[in-house]
Design a protein around this ligand. Structure first.
Ligand code: HAM
Length: 432
C-alpha cells in the first residue's frame, strides 16, 4: 500500500530540488505572510481567525445557491451528529457570520479585519487552481465611502509593489444596486435570447438562472456575442454612478492604473456597486490573482443590521507563481547560525550545554546528535546551509580553544571556548 497526496492539494516544505515546486517552499510562504500581516497592520486592519468548516447553509445563503461555488464546488459532509457542514470555500461569509453572531457592530461603527488561511473548492485542478488553496483576505464592515473601496485596492497594489511585481492590471466595474441589476438582467436576457442557440451550452443554462454570469464566459463564440451586449454602466442609478466616478478619480489620485471592464460581474452573488479584479499576464489561464468588491446587503442577509461592507481576497499560490515567473526576490531560507559537532562523549556534554547557552542568547544553533561519520555531518551542514560550524574534540577541550569555521569562505578563526557566544553576537551585529 502506498500513500499519496489527494488530487488538487499540495504540501509545503523547506527544501526542494525541483524548480516547478519552488512556490511550495515554506519560507516563501512565511515571507508573504509577514509582508501581508505587516502591511495590513499599517492600514489599520486586525487579524481574524474563523473555523475551517461552517454550517452549509451559511455559504448557500451568502454566496448564492445558483453560483458555481455553491452548486458544484463545495466540500459538504454530514458529521456524526447528522449536521450538514462545509469546508469553507471562501472567507467573507465566516467573517460576517462572526460579526453578526458576536454583535461586534455594537462596539464601534467600523471593523477592519484580515485573514490568512486555506479555502476549499472542488474544482478541476490545473496550474493556479487547486482544491485546497490559500487566501489573504481583508474585509471592512460599516463604511460605504468610495475611499474605503480605494483603500483596499491600494492595499493590494502596494503589497504587489513591495513584493516587486509588475505587469499587473486592475480591472474595475460597478454592478449597481439590486434594482439596477434587475433592469440590466432583463435587458441582457432580451438581447441574448434571440441568439440563444449560438451560445455555449453553459451559457444557455446560465441564461435561465444567472444571465449576468454569461459575461464571464471564456468561450470564444460567447465572447463575440457579448461584445455587443448592453453594458451595466448604462443601467446604474445616480448614487451608484457617483460612487463609481469617485472610485475612479481616487484611483487616479493614488496613481493606481486601472481599466474599466464592464463585463466584470464576479462569481459570487453577494456583490453590489464596486467590483474589482487584479490580473497578471504572466499567469496563463488562471490570471486573476486577487478580487473583491462591495457587498452592502450581506450583513443584513445574515441577520445583522443594515451595514455596508467591502473586501477582497488574494490567491497566495497564484501570487507566488507570478513572483517566481517575474524573478522577484525572496527572503533567504532561515537556517541556524551554527552547527556544533562534538567528537566523543565529553565533547557531547560540553556542546549540549553550549547549545543551550547559545539559544538563551538568541543565537539559533544546532548540534549533531548522530555521531555519524564526519563526511555525513558535513553534507548535512552544507545542504542545510549553516553559515558556521565548529568541530569540538578532546584537543579543543584541553586547550579551551575552538575553531569557528565560516562555511562559504572556508576561513577558520581560533577563539576561546567561552568566547563563542560573544564572538557570534559580534558576527551577527557586523553581518555574518
Ligand atoms: P474569489 O474571486 O472567489 O473571491 O477568490 C479570490 C481569489 O482567490 C481569486 O482571485 C484567486 O486568486 C483565488 N482562488 C479562488 N479559487 C481558487 C482555486 N481553486 N485555486 C487557487 N486560487 C483560487 C472570494 O473568495 C471573495 N471572498 C473575495 C472577497 C472578499 N470579496 C469581498 N471580500
Amino acid at each position: 500500500m502506498s500513500y499519496s497526496i489527494p488530487k488538487g492539494v499540495f504540501d509545503l516544505f523547506p527544501t526542494t530540488g525541483k524548480v516547478e515546486d519552488e512556490w511550495k517552499l515554506t519560507h516563501h510562504w512565511q515571507h508573504l505572510y509577514e509582508e501581508m500581516r505587516s502591511l495590513s497592520k499599517k492600514y489599520g486592519f486586525e487579524e481574524i481567525v474563523t473555523p475551517i468548516f461552517e454550517k452549509t447553509e451559511l455559504f448557500a445563503r451568502s454566496i448564492g445557491q445558483e453560483t458555481d461555488v455553491v452548486s458544484k464546488e463545495m466540500y459538504t459532509f454530514q458529521d456524526k451528529g447528522k449536521r450538514s457542514l462545509t469546508l469553507r470555500p471562501e472567507g467573507t461569509a465566516s467573517v460576517i457570520r462572526t460579526l453578526v453572531e458576536r454583535k461586534l457592530y455594537n462596539e464601534m461603527y467600523c471593523h477592519k479585519l484580515f485573514y490568512l488561511g486555506p479555502m476549499f473548492r472542488y474544482e478541476r485542478p490545473q496550474a493556479g487552481r487547486y482544491r485546497q488553496f490559500y487566501q489573504f483576505g481583508a474585509e471592512v464592515i460599516g463604511l460605504d465611502s468610495p475611499e474605503q473601496d480605494v483603500e483596499l485596492i491600494d492595499l493590494l497594489f502596494t503589497l504587489f509593489q513591495n513584493l516587486g511585481l509588475h505587469n499587473l492590471t486592475v480591472y474595475i466595474n460597478s454592478i449597481g444596486n439590486a434594482q439596477c441589476r434587475k433592469n440590466y438582467r432583463e435587458a441582457l436576457v432580451q438581447f441574448l435570447t434571440p441568439q440563444k442557440n449560438k451560445l455555449s451550452e453553459e451559457s444557455q443554462r446560465r441564461l435561465e438562472i444567472n444571465p449576468l454570469r454569461i459575461l464571464d464566459s471564456k468561450n470564444k463564440e460567447d465572447q463575440k456575442i457579448i461584445a455587443n451586449a448592453p453594458t451595466i454602466l448604462d443601467f446604474l442609478e445616480e448614487d451608484s454612478k457617483l460612487h463609481f466616478e469617485a472610485v475612479q478619480s481616487l484611483l487616479r489620485i493614488f496613481k493606481i492604473p486601472f481599466k474599466v471592464n464592464t463585463q466584470l460581474v464576479r462569481g459570487l452573488d453577494y456583490y453590489n456597486r464596486t467590483v474589482f479584479e487584479i490580473a497578471c499576464g504572466d499567469l496563463g489561464a488562471q490570471d486573476t490573482v486577487a478580487a473583491g468588491g462591495r457587498y452592502d446587503s450581506l450583513v443584513k442577509t445574515l441577520g445583522g443590521p443594515d451595514l455596508p461592507a467591502v473586501g477582497f481576497a488574494l490567491g497566495i499560490e497564484r501570487l507566488l507563481q507570478i513572483m517566481l515567473a517575474q524573478k522577484c526576490s525572496f527572503k533567504p531560507r532561515p537556517v541556524p547560525l551554527i552547527l556544533l559537532i562534538p567528537l566523543g562523549e565529553l565533547a557531547k556534554e560540553v556542546c549540549f550545554k553550549l547549545l543551550k547557552q547559545l539559544r538563551v542568547h538568541d543565537i539559533s544553533a544546532e548540534m549533531d546528535f548522530s555521531s555519524k561519520k564526519l563526511k555525513h555531518i558535513m553534507k548535512y551542514a552544507d545542504k542545510k546551509g549553516f553559515p558556521y560550524i565548529s568541530i569540538i574534540g578532546e584537543e579543543e577541550l584541553q586547550n579551551e580553544q575552538i575553531k569557528l569555521k565560516h562555511m562559504t569562505t572556508g576561513k577558520e578563526q581560533v577563539i576561546l571556548l567561552d568566547q563563542l557566544v560573544l564572538t557570534l553576537i559580534n558576527q551577527i551585529q557586523n553581518g555574518i
